[in-house]
Design a protein around this ligand. Structure first.
Ligand code: GDP
Length: 288
C-alpha cells in the first residue's frame, strides 16, 4: 500500500511541485503573514517539510484546524509547543467556526512590529495581507470561506501589484489572497502516509481499505483502546485482523454463509473514525 502511495507521489511530484512552489514564492512577495493550516489530529504529518525554508523569516500564524475532532488536551500541548518556538498558534474549526473570530487578533499581533516600522517610514493605510498555506484537504478553502463569511466580495485586482491576484476582504484591515498555497506532505515516510490516509488526505481509491483499517486498529489499540471498545463493545486481546472481523460481526457486515465481509467492515471503521464517531482522537503528540 505504501509503495502505491509513494509511487503516486513520485509520479506527479517533480513538475507539479516545482510549479506550486514557484507560485508560493511569488505570492510571498505580496503578503505580510503566512497562515499555516495543519490538521489538529496530525500536526506533524500534515506539515510540509519544505515550508520553513520557503517561508524564510516571513511572519507566520499556525492554525490547528478541525480541532473539534482532535483531543483537546493534546491540542493544548501542540499550541504550547508552537508558542515555545515563538510561533502564535490557535485551535480552530472551520466548520463549526470555533475560534475563527480570534484569527485576526493573532494575525494583527504577529505583524505589529513590521507595521509599526512601516508607519515610522510614513507608509500607512494598508490592510494586513495573508496567504493561507497547507496540504490538500486540510481545510484551506473551508477556512477562507468561513473567515470571510462567504458573502464578502473579492476586492478585485490591485493596480500595480499583479493583475491575476485577487484579494478576499475579511475586514477593512485584513485581506487574504484568494488562492491558497497547496503544499504536499512528506509521503515517503510510512507513518506520515498512513496518518494522511486515515484522515482521508489521500484518496481512498489507491489504498486497500482492509490493510488501512488493520493499521488503524493497531494504532488505536496502543493509543486509546477505549475508543474501539466503547463504540463496538469488542474484545481487543486478539490480532488486528480478528478485531476487524469482530467489528464486522457486531455491525452485520456478513455475506451469505456467515463470513464477515472485511472490506465493508474496514470501510465502516474508517468512516466512523473520519466522522468523529470514535470520539475526539489525536494521532500525534508533540515530541518533547
Ligand atoms: P483544502 O483542500 O485544504 O481547501 O480543504 P477543503 O476546504 O476542501 O476541506 C477538505 C474537507 O475537510 C472538506 O470535506 C471540508 O468540509 C472538511 N473540513 C474543512 N475544515 C474542517 C473543520 O474545521 N472541521 C471539520 N470537521 N471538517 C473540515
Amino acid at each position: 500500500m505504501l509503495n502505491r502511495v509513494r509511487n503516486m507521489s513520485i509520479q506527479w511530484y517533480p513538475g507539479h511541485m516545482v510549479k506550486t512552489k514557484r507560485q508560493i514564492i511569488d505570492s510571498l512577495k505580496l503578503i505580510d503573514v503566512v497562515i499555516e493550516l495543519f490538521d489538529a489530529r496530525i500536526p506533524d504529518s500534515s506539515k510540509n517539510p519544505d515550508i520553513d525554508e520557503l517561508i524564510g523569516n516571513k511572519q507566520r500564524v499556525v492554525l490547528l484546524n478541525k480541532c473539534e475532532m482532535a483531543d483537546e488536551n493534546i491540542t493544548k500541548e501542540w499550541i504550547k509547543r508552537y508558542k515555545d518556538m515563538g510561533i502564535s498558534a490557535l485551535d480552530v474549526d472551520s466548520i463549526t467556526g470555533r475560534n475563527i473570530n480570534r484569527v485576526y487578533t493573532l494575525v494583527k499581533e504577529s505583524v505589529k512590529e513590521h507595521f509599526e516600522k512601516r508607519v515610522e517610514k510614513g507608509i500607512v493605510g494598508r490592510p494586513v495581507r495573508a496567504l493561507v498555506l497547507g496540504i490538500p484537504n486540510v481545510g484551506k478553502s473551508t477556512f477562507i470561506n468561513k473567515i470571510s463569511s462567504k458573502s464578502s466580495a473579492k476586492t478585485g485586482d490591485k493596480p500595480g501589484v499583479t493583475r491575476s491576484k485577487q484579494w478576499i476582504k475579511v475586514n477593512k484591515d485584513f485581506e487574504l489572497l484568494d488562492t491558497p498555497g497547496i503544499l504536499w506532505p512528506k509521503f515517503d515516510d510510512e507513518k506520515v502516509a498512513l496518518h494522511l490516509a486515515f484522515i482521508r488526505a489521500i484518496k481512498d481509491e489507491i489504498l486497500d481499505p482492509e490493510e488501512l483499517a488493520v493499521k488503524l486498529i493497531e494504532e488505536l489499540v496502543s493509543l486509546k483502546p477505549e475508543a474501539l471498545k466503547d463504540r463496538y463493545k469488542i474484545d481487543l486481546n486478539t490480532d488486528a485482523f480478528e478485531v476487524l472481523k469482530n467489528i464486522g460481526r457486531k455491525r452485520g457486515c456478513i455475506v451469505s454463509g456467515g463470513e464477515v465481509n472485511t472490506v465493508r467492515a474496514a470501510n465502516l471503521l474508517l468512516d466512523d473514525f473520519r466522522s468523529g464517531r470514535l470520539g475526539r482522537l489525536s494521532l500525534e503528540k508533540p515530541q518533547i
